[in-house]
Design a protein. Structure first.
Length: 386
């Protein structure tokens, strides 16, 4: 039998996620209540796009960057010569938008394992302008995108900006589950981080910064064999005394997770990288697992009142978080129909978190890698066997 004291202690611990949820709600309310003004700061910029493989609706993704309401900018793409389908689309972009300065570069000129960062490194070196916008190839943006992400850089204390992203489509169960998890869980954690310590990361779909800020930490070449490059760019810029601004603005991401297998691989990769880069933060996720602790509370105190109290509090807070971030903050229409997936996501996320402790490698693109001392090492390489 469990003593009354032990039961009470477990019930107290089981309430800790509710405290976290309150911090999420407070943080999201503060974040989205800020008045963001757009300064008339429109310096020439270079948009950098590393490409590997053909993304869904690639032409429209690239074309959205050619339709920007912005006075002067260039588009640079880095692609492998063997990606013929991508090259053909890029050549069509050049033909269809003759008023835009578009350049196509072939190959990174590097043997780095993180091909994306190696290509970005070359793009930064080739860029004509000081302000650079780095982003994934499967992103689509609205015409006001450049003005929005560049404007805060007028403040010399701001070293970079980044912004939210949402899947463009939600046609499969996995895509709906991914979006629910992104808004109710992933972005909730980001906003708590913003509240407690400021932004010390970047999000891959959009990072606006300058070549000078990148050069301060040795340039992208310094991280071209490391995972989590977007997180690292933001962290290193912040460590050099500059502010990273998370903007209340969203871009669309086309390459979603069409199957649960894809979603598991993506989430597990992120969890393993987080365990390597922020071990205590990764471990601390245990105390944010509301669904788990509700079940624990019910198990140790078989009482209708306790069960209804914990379940009711859990559902109330999780729905309020989702509304505060997804509906009030990010203006996601029709999001309410997926609210029932919140407990499903929470159970799924706990399963992935547990599994991440036993995962020694990550799957990324078409390869599998160990992470040793913060570096990617290809499975099967000589270094991986040491």
């Amino acid at each position: 039998m469990i003593s009354n004291f032990a039961v009470s202690a477990v019930l107290v611990v089981a309430a800790i996620p509710f405290v976290y949820y309150l911090i999420v709600i407070f943080s999201s309310w503060r974040f989205f209540s800020r008045v963001v003004t757009r300064e008339g700061f429109t310096p020439p910029v270079s948009i950098l796009k590393p490409i590997r493989g053909l993304d869904p609706e690639a032409y429209e993704n690239f074309a959205s960057f050619c339709r920007q309401d912005y006075p002067e900018y260039e588009l640079l793409f880095c692609v492998d010569q063997t990606d013929l389908a991508v090259v053909q689309i890029l050549e069509k972009i050049v033909r269809d938008f003759p008023e835009r300065r578009v350049r196509i570069l072939f190959g990174s000129g590097s043997s780095a394992l993180n091909d994306k960062v190696a290509k970005l490194g070359r793009l930064v070196r080739e860029a004509r302008n000081e302000i650079v916008i780095m982003g994934d190839s499967d992103v689509r943006v609205a015409p006001d995108y450049l003005r929005t992400v560049v404007a805060p850089l007028v403040d010399p204390h701001v070293g970079a900006t980044t912004c939210f992203y949402v899947p463009a489509y939600r046609e499969t169960f996995a895509e709906n589950l991914q979006k629910v998890g992104m808004i109710s869980d992933f972005y909730a954690g980001l906003l708590v981080g913003w509240q407690l310590e400021g932004i010390r990361f970047g999000l891959g779909p959009s990072i606006a910064t300058s070549r000078a800020r990148l050069a301060e930490f040795g340039g992208l070449e310094a991280i071209e064999n490391q995972p989590g490059d977007d997180l690292l760019v933001g962290r290193l810029i912040a460590e050099h005394g500059h502010r990273v601004e998370l903007l209340p603005y969203t871009v669309k991401k086309l390459a979603g997770c069409h199957s649960l297998r894809e979603l598991i691989d993506k989430r597990l990769r992120w969890m393993v990288v987080m365990r390597q880069m922020r071990p205590w933060g990764h471990l601390g996720l245990l105390l944010t697992q509301g669904l788990l602790w509700v079940l624990v509370a019910i198990a140790v105190r078989r009482s209708v009142a306790v069960g209804l109290g914990y379940v009711g509090a859990y559902l109330f807070f999780r729905i309020l978080i989702t509304w505060s971030i997804g509906v009030r903050g990010l203006k996601q229409r029709g999001f309410w129909k997926d609210v029932a997936l919140i407990p499903v996501w929470d159970g799924f996320a706990f399963f992935i978190w547990v599994r991440s402790f036993f995962r020694r490698t990550i799957r990324w693109r078409d390869g599998e890698y160990f992470i040793r001392d913060g570096l990617l090492i290809s499975v099967g390489s000589g270094a991986a066997e040491k």
